[in-house]
Design a protein around this ligand. Structure first.
Ligand code: PCA
Length: 216
C-alpha cells in the first residue's frame, strides 16, 4: 500500500527532565513531505491514563499508513528498534500524573505480546551504513513507551496493512549529566536517522531474513 500519510509520535518530558528527544525529533519532522508522504507529529502525554486515548485520537484524525512512535531510553546509546511490545504496565518511576501501576495489563485479555510491524533488520542495516549508532531491542520496558507500543499495535489489529512500530532514542547532549551511563546523540543525528527510516519505508524497504538475535 502506498504511504501517503505518516504519523510520528513523541513524548512530553518526564521524570523531572526539561526535554525529551522523542518530541524534539518528531516536531523536527512535522510538516515535511518525504517521497510524497506527509508527516504529522503528535505529542503524547507521559501518563498511563492518557497516552493511548491521545494516540487513538491521532490515528482516527490522520488515518496514517505508517505510524512511528518514539520515546526516550535514557540508558541507551543507540537508536533502538523495538521488536516486542508486552501486555504489561509496571512502573519504576511515577508517570507525569503520579501513577505507579504495578503489573496491570495494557489491554485486558489482550495477547501477552505483539511484534513490531516494521522491517527492523533492514532498517538497522540502513542506519548502520549511514554511520548512525543503532541496535535491535527485545524489550521496550514496561513503562509508558511499552504501553504506547502495545496499544498502537492493538489499535491497528484490524488494519494489518498499516505499518507501525516503536523506536527508543538515546539522550540528547543537553541530558548528558542526568544520564551519565549512556552516550548522547545530537538532535541532528537523531533526526537524520528518523528521516532515513521514513524514506526507506516510503520506498517499500523489505525485511532482511538474516540472524539478528541475542543470547542474553
Ligand atoms: N520514555 C519512557 C516514557 C516516555 C519516554 O519518552 C519509556 O521508555 O517508557
Amino acid at each position: 500500500m502506498a504511504i501517503e500519510r505518516i504519523l510520528v509520535t513523541g513524548f512530553e518530558p518526564f521524570g523531572g527532565e526539561a526535554v525529551n528527544p522523542s518530541w524534539e525529533v518528531a516536531r523536527a519532522l512535522h510538516g515535511q513531505s518525504r517521497g510524497g508522504a506527509q508527516i504529522t507529529a503528535v505529542q503524547l502525554p507521559c501518563v498511563f491514563a492518557q497516552s493511548l486515548p491521545a494516540l487513538r485520537q491521532a490515528i482516527r484524525r490522520h488515518r496514517p499508513q505508517l505510524v512511528l512512535s518514539l520515546g526516550l531510553a535514557g540508558s541507551r546509546s543507540a537508536i533502538s528498534l523495538e521488536r516486542v511490545a508486552v501486555n504489561l504496565c509496571d512502573a519504576r518511576i511515577a508517570d507525569n500524573a503520579g501513577a505507579l501501576p504495578a503489573g496491570t495489563p495494557v489491554v485486558a485479555s489482550g495477547p501477552v505480546a505483539c511484534f513490531t510491524r516494521l522491517p527492523v533488520k533492514a532498517l538497522l542495516q540502513r542506519l548502520l551504513q549511514a554511520g548512525l549508532p543503532a541496535e535491535l531491542s527485545l524489550s521496550a520496558g514496561s513503562f509508558v513507551c511499552n504501553q504506547v507500543f502495545y496499544g498502537l499495535l492493538h489499535a491497528l489489529r484490524r488494519q494489518p496493512q498499516v505499518l507501525a512500530g516503536f523506536i527508543h532514542l538515546p539522550p540528547l547532549p543537553a541530558q548528558a549529566a542526568t544520564h551519565p551511563g549512556s552516550t548522547p546523540l545530537a538532535l541532528t543525528e537523531q533526526v537524520r536517522g528518523l528521516a532515513l527510516m521514513v524514506d526507506a519505508l516510503v520506498q517499500g524497504i523489505e525485511e532482511l531474513h538474516v540472524p539478528g538475535g541475542q543470547t542474553d
